[in-house]
Design a protein around this ligand. Structure first.
Ligand code: SF4
Length: 218
């Protein structure tokens, strides 16, 4: 097993405690020149990083993620927010839009089913439909959501409840910065880290999920 930051007991990089960091072969802080990290941040990245850190500090443990999202957008000077939501989150998207408007933001929104492209386009047929009673099922269209919202002049796109993989395409296709209000987890009331909290008790199954569900084949 390759040692990674996830396995590091000290997390000493947080407090600049070089003596407590693992050896050079394992520790990114020791292995990689700090100047290289700094060189990654262009002008917009520095502005985003500055304002993200400002929001983190200013609302620490007080502001909800909804409030942090608005504070970040406000600090960045973003005026128009694009909501990319799952139709299963229609109520939440409507409430979020209302809150954003009430705080002076202009809102655009695109539902995941926008465009009404059917699933045969992605070679998914009835046996793999989410609702097997349907004869035809519309695919989620995350590339379309992100490209449409970007083309409307949104300054920031916010993911609201998109599925795993659909969020991947949404982020890939966005032409403007993206943040995530929430992901989707149908089994855990959209609280995916619940599986991590319960991994060593009621949800031990997660450790053998691939083998149990997909067999042993490579
Ligand atoms: S960078 Fe080094 S000290 Fe920080 S978590 Fe990774 S291994 Fe640990």
């Amino acid at each position: 097993m390759k040692f990674t930051c996830a396995d590091c007991p000290s997390k000493a990089c947080e407090d600049l405690e070089y003596g407590k960091m693992p050896n050079e072969a394992s520790c990114i802080t020791k292995k990689v020149d700090q100047e290289w990290f700094k060189s990654l941040y262009g002008e917009e990245d520095l502005k985003i990083a500055h304002n993200a850190a400002k929001v983190e500090g200013d609302g620490y443990c007080r502001w909800t993620r909804v409030e942090e999202t608005m504070a970040f957008a406000h600090n960045m000077g973003y005026k128009k927010i694009g909501i990319g939501f799952c139709t299963g989150f229609s109520r939440e998207a409507a409430t979020f839009a209302k809150i954003l408007r009430s705080n002076g933001f202009e809102v655009e929104a695109a539902s995941c089913k926008c465009g009404s492209v059917t699933k045969d386009f992605i070679d998914i047929h009835k046996d793999h439909y989410a609702n097997k009673k349907r004869d035809i099922e519309v695919m989620c269209n995350p590339a379309g959501q992100a490209e449409y919202l970007s083309a409307q002049g949104c300054d920031l796109l916010v993911v609201v409840g998109l599925c795993v993989g659909h969020d991947t395409l949404f982020i890939k296709h966005s032409k403007v910065p993206v943040t995530v209000l929430t992901g989707k987890d149908r089994a855990l009331a959209h609280n995916p880290v619940g599986a991590l909290y319960l991994a060593d008790s009621y949800l031990k199954r997660v450790y053998t999920f691939i083998k149990d569900n997909f067999g042993d084949e490579e």
